[in-house]
Ligand binder design. Structure first.
Ligand code: ADP
Ligand code: ZN
Length: 739
């Protein structure tokens, strides 16, 4: 039994501390235990990461108590946190914060308990008579009592008595109570119709065999990359792989992008595994902290053998992990944009290595990072290149919007071709999806006379006009303002809206097709809790003809009656100063187009663009992933961009421009001294989005073939420098947001 423990103290990122194990806790403290302890002048919490027979330090204080007996971090997850700290250049404590949900960390929410009561002894006739006279309400309760135990609240209701009355009977010894845990169930009251496994087609049989081979193998398991076109039946592969994992007596984690964590997705899993007693835990951002607490314990205790969740589910405390599935592995929402800044897909690959479990990454448009790993043999590539039942890929037509606006003699929202296509769908009672990656009414407000554009006072972005709210809104910081009637700069009344958002499309479509039912699905329209589910249900049951929306409708949805998809502006993501702009455009077009023609009728897609011959648009049009990745990898290699290097983005920000720029320059200079071999260091420069939420921002970009050496160097240099108090330095390894 160890006399001392080494602890990572919450909120104290600098180092680890030793504590003594008091007698009353002897033998109860293990690696991963969450403990209460005195720290500086307060009591706080920490995680035990080491057991020691002696400690080199003096004046060691004892631990206070265990924080909830079952709140433990699994040793493998501590190992994972250490890897994250090293790789992502952050303190281990920060990584630990990502691993353990807040509600478990703070240990201030417990199980929901329920009190049941039952008869404690037989009541003699004379006792009853006495009770009827002196306490008639209590007598009523005894008469209403069923044979077995009953919930206290329920008895109070059925006997029409207060809880105090019942408690009085307990005190008198007529009744006895028992306490039981009642799990909170986020899916309370929902039923699922069981689904049977489908008969696999030849391609699926081949892919599943490879997955099972990996699941069964005892050697080190290579990650699997499943490249399957939209509608090729990837989900059925996931379901079969999970079934096999359960049959092996193990558990599975399924990661899906938050935005795809729709009822429609989770239902497919629940329907398959509803029988057989394998509980499914679902982790997403809309759970209450009580529900999150219970789901976590359901997983930790082994009651839930399947976990479905967004990126943080990669840290689910599963004990006998057999398989991790990462669906839509290319999705940028796997990247956490605040500390700890990690990429859940990459962390999943590392966890699979630590636990020697299988990992299956799936996508219709694999990220170039993963695809290159497959080409180089680090991953095993599996392919499903045909849609199920030989359904055709949708026909993609690119509409040249330069020509359209010339013909319309002005900016054009919906091309004639798209309008005609919508009209024919309305006649045939088929459904249409219109996609635009921009919410609000117009994208900017500009003065006709002087060209002034209304900008956010805190950020370097134009304000978006929201018509329903009649407000100008900053999509970065949320600043809102009243739309001006005259130009604030030159006082000219000719101020007008430029560019279109989903609100404007919804309005235009409603005007052009007055008899159709149009609904909008974006963050503004979906503020109410069940709005999302309701809209999807209405769409699925054919109560909506045309659905206008943002990314929210681009991912993972499956509507057999959608035969037309219109992409209003394919160029919006293409011209950003970001080396992934082309990749994102290709992915988005492919994913959105994939929503069309999933039923019996072939689908058609219209892509409106001002640069119709751009290679990314053309490759997407021809469903040519191979051609796209070849050209894109070639470009990345020539420019030393990822996946050929790892990028580390250091952002230095301050409310004072000079202090930010000076600190950034100092940092860049110090980084340049004894830079590890093979690292490319860029100059400190203003960020493309120079101002954000009131901060002035400067970037330093590092690129390295071997990221670990460089991130260690970075962490060390930063820890040795002292910055002015209002200067904040953040490091982002393998960043996605470069603005
Ligand atoms: P993906 O995830 O690759 O886009 P899905 O898994 O959603 O594709 O599959 C598309 C549709 O094909 C779903 O309705 C699914 O139930 C169906 N499907 C998948 N595999 C089969 C199969 N072997 N036989 C019949 N239908 C299948
Ligand atoms: Zn702003």
């Amino acid at each position: 039994m160890s006399a001392f423990v080494r602890v990572i103290v919450d909120r104290s990122p600098d180092r680890e501390f030793d504590y003594a194990v008091p007698k009353e806790l002897a033998g109860q403290v293990a690696i991963g235990s969450r403990v209460r302890l005195p720290f500086r002048e307060k009591e706080t919490l920490g995680t035990v990461v080491g057991l020691l027979d002696e400690s080199p330090h003096e004046g060691i204080r004892p631990l206070t108590a265990l924080a909830g007996a079952q709140n433990e971090v699994r040793p493998k997850l501590i190992e994972l946190a250490r890897w994250m700290a090293d790789y992502y250049a952050c303190p281990v404590e920060t990584a630990m914060r990502g691993i353990l949900p807040q509600v478990i960390r703070k240990a201030d929410v417990g199980f929901r308990q329920q009190i049941s009561v039952e008869r404690a002894r037989v009541v003699a006739a004379e006792e009853m008579t006495l009770l009827e006279r002196k306490a008639p309400r209590q007598a009523d309760v005894l008469k209403a009592l069923p044979d077995g135990p009953i919930l206290l609240t329920e008895l109070a209701r059925s006997a029409n008595a207060s809880e105090a009355t019942i408690k009085a009977l307990v005190e008198k010894g007529f009744l006895r109570t028992s306490v039981a845990i009642r799990p909170r169930d986020p899916n309370d009251g929902e039923t699922f119709i069981p689904s049977a496994p489908l008969v696999l087609n030849d391609d699926q049989v081949r892919v599943l065999a490879a997955v099972i081979e990996t699941l069964e193998s005892n050697a080190e398991k290579k990650p699997l990359l499943l490249h399957g076109v939209t509608g090729s039946g990837k989900t059925e592969i996931y379901l079969r792989a999970i079934q096999h994992t359960l049959d092996q007596g193990k558990s599975a984690i399924v990661l899906v992008p938050e935005i795809a964590l729709t009822p429609q997705t989770t239902e497919r899993f629940r329907e398959r595994f509803t029988t057989g007693g394998h509980q499914i835990a679902v982790l997403h951002s809309h759970l209450s902290s009580g529900e999150r607490h219970d789901e976590w314990h359901k997983i930790a205790s082994g009651a839930a053998r399947i976990v479905i969740g967004a990126r943080s589910a990669v840290f689910a405390p599963v004990t006998d992990l057999g398989l991790i599935v990462v669906d839509e592995e290319h999705e940028t929402s796997y990247k956490q944009e605040e500390a700890p800044r990690y990429q859940a897909r990459d962390v999943a690959v590392v966890r699979s290595r630590l636990e020697n479990c299988a990992i299956l990454l799936g996508s219709a448009t694999p990220s170039l990072e993963s695809y290159r790993n497959a080409l180089s043999g680090k991953y095993r590539l599996l392919q499903l290149l045909q849609r199920v039942d030989n359904k055709k890929m949708p026909l993609i037509r690119v509409v040249d919007m330069r020509e359209e606006s010339r013909r319309a003699k002005g900016p054009c929202l919906l091309s004639e071709k798209l309008k005609t296509a919508i009209e024919s769908r309305l006649e045939k009672r088929e459904q249409t999806i219109l996609f635009l990656n921009r919410r609000g009414y117009s994208t900017s407000v500009i003065c006709n006379a002087c060209g002034h554009v209304c900008h956010c006072p805190n950020c370097s972005v134009p304000l978006t006009f929201h018509r329903a709210a009649s407000r100008l809104v900053c999509h970065i910081c949320g600043h809102t303002g009243v739309p001006p009637k005259i130009c604030p700069e030159c006082r000219d009344p000719g101020i007008r809206h430029q560019g279109a958002g989903t609100e404007k499309i919804e309005e235009a479509v409603g005007r052009i097709f007055p008899k159709s039912i149009v609904r909008r699905m974006d963050a503004d329209a979906m503020t109410k809790k069940d709005a999302y589910r309701e809209t999807l249900n209405a769409f699925r049951t054919g109560k909506i003809d045309i659905l206008v929306g943002t990314q929210m409708i681009a991912k993972g949805l499956h509507f057999p009656n959608v035969t037309l998809v219109g992409i209003i502006n394919a160029d919006s993501a293409l011209h950003l100063p970001d080396f992934r702009a082309g990749e994102r455009t290709f992915q988005l077009l492919t994913q959105v187009a994939g929503r069309a023609g999933r039923g019996d009728v072939e689908g058609e897609v219209f892509v409106q663009s001002h640069t119709p011959f751009h290679p990314c648009i053309q490759f997407a049009r021809h469903h040519d992933f191979a051609g796209f990745q070849e050209q894109e990898l070639d470009f990345r290699e020539k420019c030393d961009y990822p996946p050929f290097t790892h990028m580390i983005l250091v952002t230095v920000r301050s409310p004072h421009e000079m202090r930010a720029s000076f600190s950034a320059e100092t940092l860049a200079r110090r980084l340049g001294e004894n830079l590890p071999d093979g690292t490319i260091l860029g100059h400190a420069a203003p960020a493309p989005m120079e101002r954000l939420k009131g901060y002035f921002r400067f970037h330093i970009i590092l690129r390295a073939r071997q990221v670990l050496k460089t991130s260690r160097h970075l962490r060390e240099v930063i820890s040795r420098l002292t910055f002015p108090e209002d200067v904040i330095v953040t490091s982002d390894v393998d960043p996605y947001q470069l603005l």
